[in-house]
Every structure is written in structure tokens, then in C-alpha cells.
Write a protein that binds this ligand. Structure first.
Ligand SMILES: Cc1cc2nc3c(=O)[nH]c(=O)nc-3n(C[C@H](O)[C@H](O)[C@H](O)COP(=O)(O)O)c2cc1C
Length: 282
């Protein structure tokens, strides 16, 4: 999947749409993007479906309810994944790939992990007993003006704010902020600008090694009660998958080397509520 740095840098959550249906070409391109959203770093295979807002599937499932937060979306991407230890991370990685593809195609999206009616949507996916729907995503042409509820959501989540570098990125150990990341600064900035549930920005990265043999170790600064607030869903692990996609796509776009590998023991001391997930290794 070809994702540009411009797409990563200009992405914002879009909650207000024009309502114009996707053209046949757009729909076909979206279907291809859904197919190409993997392979996922931990090997899960999420499945995705496009559900038109006024369609039979949407009706049969009691319409896709978003409590009025999403205005005029022509359709939604609904996805399911097996609830395994890393299923949510993989789902985040895959669906964020689609969100970033959408920017390049002139389409807007918004992750919805909380504000939608899960039971209604589940009926449209014929879930197997071990599958869950971690989130859904409206997709369509962005409206020029935000609806009032959209603007309010952005203010409530403080969507424009990002934590300073010193709270997110570290040099060899967690108490030393990373000051000079060289060419990797734009890659880390791509993680920082990414979306996260309630804009909590729970990703933390520690750089180790030296030039030519660097590693970036990715941790979740977990808010346990928040991460377990929705039964069966670990919403902050989606954020980790999103961060993995942003880091990987930005490195690829800049021609920087590396790949994801989960180390048995990361070479960094850490304590709860930090949880280690994976390392970008050269
Ligand atoms: C996993 C996840 C779940 C989210 N769930 C919701 C949601 O239920 N409702 C909503 O309005 N926004 C939701 N968001 C969007 C965030 O509020 C948004 O990404 C954040 O405020 C940063 O704003 P930005 O995406 O415009 O940069 C979610 C984002 C993520 C990553």
C-alpha cells in the first residue's frame, strides 16, 4: 500500500460529510485498499465490509447508529477480527492503512471505537463467536463546514493538541528524552500526529543502538480502566496498531530501513502502566 508523508501529515478526523455516494471508481479503489490493508504485523487477518448508510444491511442492523456524531456519511467500513492477544493491534494497523489511503484519494474518515451502536452493527457482520468489532469508520467526501457536534467533539477530545516530544520519545531509557532523532524525526512526528482514542496519545518510543543499527521500541502507556471500559474491546491496542502503521509508512516514504519485530525482552527497563509491543529494527 503506497502511503505518502503528505497523507500522514494532513490527516484529520472527519465527522461531517457531504453525503455524496462514492462513485463506482472510488468504491472499487476502496475495495482494493481493503484487500491490501495487510499483511498485519502479528499475522491476524481482519475482515472488512463496506456498508452503505441507507442500505439494506444498514437497515437490517437497525441502521448504523453513531449517536448523531457523524453527519451525512455515505458509507461505513465495518471490520471484525478474532479476539487474540494481538488482534486489536493488527486491526488498528490495517484500518489505519485504509484511513491514510483515503486521504490520498480525497476522502475523509474517522475512527469510531466508542460512539456507535455495537450490537446493531454486529448483526450486519455475522460474527463468529471468537470475533469482535473493535471499531467502525465512516468514509466519504468531507463537507466544507463541520457540523456543530463535530466541532464540539474536536474541542472535547482536544483533537489538535499533541503531547510534547519529551513525553513521548526517549533515548535509551525512559527518563531521558530523545533530543536529536536526525532523519527519524519526521518518522516519529508521523506517530505523534496520528489519531488515538480520546486523543490520549498512549504511545511511547525508546530509541536504542547507534547509527546504522538503531532500534525503536514501542510501548503502550496504558490507562487500564479506559482500555477495559468497553467489554471485550481493548481500545488502546488499536492506538498501538495505528502507531505501527504510521511509523512504518513514514519510514517507507522516506526510504529509511527497518522492520517490526517483537523481541522476547526489549533492552529497556520499564514499569507498569507501560506495556511493550514491538520494535522497529534495522
Ligand atoms: C481507536 C480510536 C477510537 C476512536 N473513537 C472515537 C469515537 O468513538 N468517536 C469520535 O468522535 N472519535 C473517535 N476517535 C477519534 C479521536 O477522537 C481523534 O483521533 C483524536 O481526537 C485526534 O484528532 P484527529 O484524528 O483529528 O487528529 C477515535 C480514534 C481512535 C484512534
Amino acid at each position: 500500500m503506497n502511503i505518502t508523508l503528505e497523507s500522514i501529515e494532513s490527516r484529520r478526523s472527519v465527522r461531517s460529510f457531504t453525503g455524496t455516494p462514492l462513485s463506482d471508481d472510488q468504491r472499487e479503489a476502496l475495495e482494493t485498499a481493503l484487500e491490501q490493508s495487510g499483511p498485519c504485523p502479528f499475522g491476524s487477518v481482519p475482515r472488512f465490509r463496506i456498508v452503505e448508510s441507507g442500505s439494506h444491511a444498514a437497515m437490517a442492523s437497525g441502521r448504523i447508529g453513531t449517536y448523531g456524531i457523524i453527519g451525512n456519511a455515505p458509507c461505513f467500513i465495518v471490520g471484525a477480527v478474532k479476539s487474540t492477544p494481538y488482534g486489536f493491534v493488527d486491526f488498528g494497523y490495517a484500518l489505519e492503512g485504509i484511513a491514510l489511503w483515503a486521504v490520498g484519494a480525497g476522502l475523509g474518515t474517522c475512527w469510531l471505537g466508542g460512539t456507535f451502536d455495537r450490537s446493531g452493527v454486529a448483526r450486519s457482520m455475522n460474527l463468529s463467536p471468537d470475533e469482535v468489532i473493535p471499531a467502525i469508520m465512516p468514509i466519504g467526501e468531507p463537507a466544507e463546514r463541520r457540523t456543530l457536534i463535530d466541532a464540539t467533539m474536536r474541542v472535547l477530545a482536544g483533537s489538535r493538541n499533541r503531547k510534547p516530544w519529551s513525553e513521548l520519545f526517549f533515548d535509551n531509557q525512559f527518563d531521558v528524552p530523545l533530543v536529536d532523532a536526525g532523519p527519524w524525526a519526521r518518522v516519529l512526528e508521523a506517530v505523534r500526529s496520528g489519531p488515538s482514542a480520546s486523543n490520549k496519545q498512549p504511545w511511547r518510543i525508546v530509541r536504542t543502538g547507534s547509527a546504522g543499527k538503531l532500534a525503536f521500541h514501542l510501548f503502550l502507556h496504558e490507562d487500564r480502566s479506559y482500555n477495559n471500559a468497553i467489554k471485550g474491546i481493548r481500545i488502546q491496542e488499536l492506538d498501538i496498531g495505528i502507531a505501527m502503521r504510521h511509523l512504518e509508512a513514514a519510514a517507507l516514504a522516506l526510504g529509511l530501513p527497518g522492520k517490526w519485530e517483537r523481541l522476547e525482552t526489549p533492552p529497556v527497563a520499564y514499569m507498569e502502566p507501560l506495556r511493550y509491543f514491538s520494535s522497529w529494527i534495522m
